[in-house]
Design a protein around this ligand. Sequence first.
Ligand SMILES: Nc1nc2c(ncn2[C@@H]2O[C@H](COP(=O)(O)OP(=O)(O)OP(=O)(O)O)[C@@H](O)[C@H]2O)c(=O)[nH]1
Length: 356
Amino acid sequence: MRIPTALAANEEPKVGSILANLVKLSSTGDIKLLDRIFLESICELLEPRSALLCVLSGRGRMMQARMRRNTVTGIYETEDQPIILPEQQQALLATVIASADQMEVVNETGDILAAYPLQSNQDSPIYLLLEIHSAIDGDQLVAFNAIKRIYHNFRDFMDESQRDPLTGLLNRRYFDSCIHRALEISDDEKPTVETGSHRRMTDRTPPRYWLAILDIDHFKRFNDTYGHLYGDEILLLFSRIMEDTFRDSDLLFRFGGEEFVVITENTDAGEAKLALERFRTNVQKYPFPQGERVTVSCGAIEAVGSLSATSLLGRADEALYYAKNHGRNQTAFYEELVTAGKVAVARPTIGAVELF
Ligand SMILES: Nc1nc2c(ncn2[C@@H]2O[C@H](COP(=O)(O)OP(=O)(O)OP(=O)(O)O)[C@@H](O)[C@H]2O)c(=O)[nH]1
């Protein structure tokens, strides 16, 4: 994605554009978008060579988003690829992570490298790393601090409203907006064959998504045998296995109780099957406390755009029901069950309403 910089070199930041950024920051309901708007705002205000946002996950992994100014066009470009930071930037970031204090150093080309802790007291602390030509002046500093504070407050708020408090996974409420976005993407980017018109076909393989409901088998037994706290521990460990097995880009939810959902991107059904089977066996192999063996049943379906979120969940649930009734500890794909005549084809629905 490219964004034009609103400011020419050496021009004073305009109050209007800063206010517009603050409004944008406070009006999004999506964490990834919030991170991007924050970086855009920082780029517009300070015109750094690059601005990098690092989010440390509880498991020590680092998620990054970076905007870097194209030296020819002057336009900022976001980088989606994993970033390997130069040694000096890595060292600076490590120092700031350890000290939780902001820090600046001058690099070999005379630019200032500055690192700021944005949310160092959270489970997932966030840091901002800037490469800037000259020190931030007084006016810029006021706006910079305001943008940082607003970003911090909204990210806190979103983290709380979108996450399940026990496991830290995304919650049921956040599911609706995510599934709609996944469906829009999978529908819009599907290759189309149109006679007479020239809809452009790209070489890029369109993304495909699978939705799976993951339900711990006989979970009630753990609560009944060892008590509710032990049950909570199982739920927490189960969610960690999800985080360790699925990709960082997959969306992981706890819907409530012992029911979890994953939206996972794969190239084809075979790859989706491998990912879910890997998860199922990882749960089965995991050394849970008290030597208990925990297993999971999964019901999965490809998330195609022609189906509503309600239909997708309903069909994944049918596949899960089948898995539960045929021995548990297995993954069932809705499409395969329909082909094999093991479940009836569901009638099309819009939202929760059946069409005929
Ligand atoms: N520890 C704990 N238990 C919960 C929580 N939420 C729901 N439960 C319990 O989860 C259990 C779910 O049991 P059931 O729906 O009967 O299903 P199950 O025992 O997992 O059996 P199958 O799904 O049929 O394999 C109930 O005993 C709930 O009380 C929670 O947050 N923590």
